[in-house]
Design a protein around this ligand. Structure first.
Ligand code: PEP
Ligand code: MN
Length: 385
């Protein structure tokens, strides 16, 4: 059961104290407090865990600090959607909004390689009005002899270049909790010219100690990749690990699934699950068409498979796109064969915008049909346009 307190309830107020002393004496019930800091208000959510079936919802709703009570299912307590659950989804980080209603593109290098390539990439993004990029300094590689990323040595020039081009968020994978501190120290030293979204790779989706460490800090939001060989439920529970430790600023990323079926793409594209994840949880959903498709191949219609896959995800309501580009893919140290070329960037971004608009039009088509009205509350916080 979840008790949501009146906005901006002070933790030293009488109403909070009275409410907590009532809740804490409930037999067989553990009380866990979760703070949600939004742009305009602070919200306190109190999770009542354990033997809550016999609790009287009305009695708890009548406590002085409580605004409303939601009965929640066991799955994804913090990040999930529950019956009559109208809590907001998403968050704002470093001036960039992440929600289930909007869309951000994170085009960039798979891995940081040379300062020149980083400069070309970020300049091109900035010229296209983009404020986000992807770029790995710590690379988890299948082969121990492959390039493992430049690590912390490249962080200063990557972050400075990002700041110079007004790139506000860099999605950067980390593979060990010590990397959080390396990133944080570097950003702090430079006066925070940019921000970082910590990426958990598909190989680490169930690295629970890493998830807990990332979840314990609230400075950086998280991009969690779906595990390539586990169930969707298991991957969503991995996201819940982050939230249960205190960090609910999580974007969930679909990146294709490993199958034994033999296939033309690196992984089986799973972007039909975009709406599923949005229905089950309040997380913004990202797609990674590059690691799904794994090549620059084009269809006979002249459109790269990566773009076709992107379109599928965005038309289905994806909120973020993580995509590999490179000025000279033949020189890339990681994943060159799947990187799109710089002169494809404007068309790519335009195509993404068109697909996002189409998703909005599609919602209008269904707005007044069937059970759509019953689900309206899911979208009550939608911003116009
Ligand atoms: C990546 O985004 O660079 C990456 C390694 O992705 P994944 O974890 O999905 O393989
Ligand atoms: Mn890669």
């Amino acid at each position: 059961m979840l008790a949501i307190l009146h906005p901006d309830t002070q933790l030293d107020s009488d109403s909070y104290r009275q409410t907590m002393s009532f809740l804490e004496q409930l037999p067989g019930v553990a009380v866990k407090v979760h703070e949600v800091v939004g742009a305009s208000q602070r919200l306190t959510e109190i999770y009542l865990l354990g033997d809550t079936k016999s609790l009287d919802k009305d009695e708890i709703e009548a406590l002085p600090a409580v605004e409303r009570v939601i009965r929640i299912s066991d799955d994804y307590r913090i990040l999930g959607r529950h019956r009559d659950d109208q809590r907001q989804s998403g968050f704002t980080y470093n001036g960039v909004e992440f929600s289930q209603h909007n869309l951000n593109v994170f085009a960039g290098l798979c891995a940081v390689d040379t300062p020149e390539h980083v400069e070309i990439m970020m300049r091109a993004l900035s010229e296209q009005g983009q404020h986000c990029t992807r770029m790995g300094a710590y690379k988890p590689r299948t082969n121990p002899y492959s390039f493992q990323g430049h690590g912390k040595s490249c962080l200063p020039w990557v972050f400075e270049t990002a700041g110079k081009h007004d790139i506000r968020v860099v999605a950067m994978e980390i593979t060990h909790e010590s990397h959080i501190e390396e990133i944080d120290e570097c950003l702090e030293k430079l006066g925070r010219p940019t921000g970082v979204m910590l990426q958990v790779g598909t190989r680490n989706t169930q690295n629970f100690e890493l998830l807990k460490a990332i979840g314990r800090q609230k400075t950086y939001p998280v991009l969690l990749k779906r595990g390539f060989g586990i169930t969707l439920n298991e991957s969503l529970n991995a996201a819940e690990y982050l939230a249960s430790e205190g960090n609910a600023n999580v974007v969930f990323c679909l990146r294709g699934m490993k199958t034994d079926a033999g296939q033309p793409h690196r992984n089986m594209v799973d972007f039909a699950h975009v709406p599923t994840v949005k229905r089950l949880t309040r997380m913004p959903v990202c797609i990674d068409p590059s690691h799904s498709v794994g090549s620059r191949d084009k269809a006979p219609d002249g459109i790269p498979d990566v773009m076709h896959a992107t379109a599928q995800g965005v038309v289905a309501g994806a909120n973020m796109v993580l995509v590999d580009f490179h000025p000279r893919p033949e020189k890339a140290l990681v994943d060159g064969p799947q990187a799109l070329l710089m002169d494809e960037l404007p068309a790519y971004l335009e195509d993404v915008r068109e697909c996002h608009q189409l998703w909005k039009k599609r919602q209008q088509l269904y707005r007044n049909t069937g059970e759509a009205r019953a689900n309206d509350h899911l979208w009550s916080s939608r911003s116009p346009g």
